[in-house]
Design a protein around this ligand. Sequence first.
Ligand code: AMP
Ligand code: GLY
Length: 428
Amino acid sequence: MRVLVIGSGGREHALVWKLRQSPRISDIYCAPGNGGISGEAECAPADQKSLESLVSVAHRLRPDLTIVGPELPLQLGMVDEFTRRGWPIFGPSKAAAQLETSKIFAKEFMQRHRIPTAPYAVCSSISEVKATLSRFSAPVVVKADGLAAGKGVVLSKSKEEATLAANEMLSGKMLGEAGSRVVIEECLKGDELSFLVFSDGERVVPLVAAQDHKRIGDGDTGPNTGGMGAYSFPGLLDEQMTHWLLQHIARPVLEGMKAEGMEYKGVLYCGLMITPRGPMVLEFNCRFGDPETQPILMRLESDLLEAIEASVEGRLSDGEFHWSKDAAVCVVMASGGYPGTIEVGKRISGIEPAEAIEGVKVFHAGTSARDGDYYTSGGRVLGVSSRAPTLEAAVERAYQAVKRIHFDGAHYRNDIAARALKNYRNQR
Ligand code: AMP
Ligand code: GLY
């Protein structure tokens, strides 16, 4: 079987790595891929912002199945177009992907279907923002309606800061059309949790949960990023809570989307805050998370292809996934300057010695390969990942591996999974 993965990040490298373990796959392609992926799949150039380019790649490669990594192709209607052509593809339609591509759609949908989320208001002018802020207390969150590549959410300590952020979004200078309307939202407190499920339109099956680390700095300080590291282990989410999340969040989303004529197929990422008032939805993503996918797939023992096919063909069942009881951790190494202006083109050394450590796999994100060497080519460069019988051991292995890798300007967080480790130790 021929499989095509769309995307170029660490998430796509993890997908390719896992899919390659499927005995039924004969050829695996990735468009456009990256330096590390090119060692494990045939990479084909493609413009992820152009539907025409994505169609033409698939036309040439003739995959039996296409798997979409990032959100942009979903917004372009890639799934609708491939489905129209009779080409099997894993992911939601353009209409269903509004759960991610429009924060206003997602908030209004949650309100209609009584899915727990923070109180909010929608504003399209600065005078509306000012009037709305008088009803909220600081800190407060300002969100651009549309896709903003991680730059559309500002956690504001004061109302002045919130007004400035909203003004910048509404002016169109920073985000263009994506910021033409904004959501003002209560700031929630608690632990974040990434809860992903597969859906075939009718049924939902959960994946193991993971936790991301969004801020650039140790101790959750500094600006938000695409994600600086993630971990997953059995202690993160018990069966009872999984059941609650399915019943109060994942299933109502699927049923609500179906009732509104937008059947949801693919993977649904529920970004949650576990607050003292219970779990609440911060956001939905209509795709696998990055970097959560790296530790999640490291714990997957069954065939990922089988589960994806079951979703595409509408025959998902509870027995779809088998998970290891091991823990997995991913530490992101980023380029100098990230998440601001970055430096690229730096030679990377030490990947092989890092992967010589038991249970370690280095997933590439912003890298390119040239003459047998890897060079940095993006903000998040590598997702140094490990699996071990305990969270403690997985963290230790991941950092041991990180210390073997070098490139100019490299930086990473030193506290991935640290809070979970502390809580876990206290419980024992
Ligand atoms: P989003 O793009 O909506 O996921 O937001 C990015 C990040 O901003 C989330 O992962 C949270 O860390 C944070 N965030 C978003 N909404 C809220 C909220 N209402 N309260 C606190 N933090 C939030
Ligand atoms: N890790 C957050 C995301 O994938 O959006």
